[in-house]
Design a protein around this ligand. Structure first.
Ligand SMILES: [Zn+2]
Ligand SMILES: [Zn+2]
Length: 215
């Protein structure tokens, strides 16, 4: 993008020149350190197979991990990345994720597709951009395997956008094996669950950030 080339690069956090997220601000991002829930990746007091947040819920993915907690600072950062389209943050975020999370034992990387409202905004595919940058770092192929389901006609379209986000529906290109599913933020796990269920595979969810519920 021409405009992108003309823009000077400042760190969006500390305004130092060079990159849109400088290495010291990258390192200063808070972490999600063990012990974590083995399934959903929530921080826990001790290692558990399922935690309070995910026990009793049907979750179709094998694991979910995130690089940083979705706190106020990270929320601002993610907003700049997604809404202001700061594409250089793709690589910065991918570096943070690949630096903090173990490479999942999988064969292919895919991503959560944007909802219809988002895809009308050109080039607005942050999850896909993060997935491609991560696939490169992990030496895996990145394939678009998921689509938003067209919706059950009037019933679906009568839902508000908020409701659709809460009840996402996906169709998947058939793919066996082990898949890394990339999204920007893990909030309730509902999106990851719906996408993993459509994939019918062993799915490891990887997100940049994750909502952390305080006990
Ligand atoms: Zn900085
Ligand atoms: Zn859990």
């Amino acid at each position: 993008m021409l405009l992108d080339l003309l823009l000077p690069r400042w760190c969006v956090v500390c305004a130092r020149g060079g990159s849109q997220l400088c290495s010291s601000c990258r390192d200063a991002l808070p972490g999600l350190t063990p012990p974590l829930c083995e399934l959903c990746g929530a921080p826990t007091a001790w290692p558990v197979a399922r935690c309070r947040e995910c026990s009793g819920r049907r979750l179709a993915f094998a694991s979910a991990r995130a690089a940083v907690p979705y706190d106020d600072d990270v929320r601002r950062l993610v907003r700049m990345w997604k809404e202001r389209g700061l594409r250089h943050l793709d690589d910065a975020f991918a570096d943070v994720v690949a630096g903090r999370l173990a490479r999942p034992d999988a064969d292919v990387v895919t991503f959560v597709p944007p909802d219809a409202w988002r895809s009308r905004q050109r080039g607005h595919r942050p999850a896909e951009r993060l997935a491609r940058a991560l696939a490169e770092r992990w030496g895996m192929a990145c394939e678009p395997l998921l689509e938003r389901a067209a919706g059950a006609g009037r019933r679906q379209s009568s839902l508000t956008r908020r409701e659709r986000l809460r009840n996402p529906a996906f169709t998947a290109t058939a793919k066996d094996g082990r898949i890394v599913l990339v999204d920007d933020v893990y909030t309730t796990g509902a999106t990851a669950h719906a996408a993993a269920r459509a994939l019918h595979a062993t799915v490891h969810v990887v997100t940049f950030a994750r909502t952390v519920r305080r006990a």
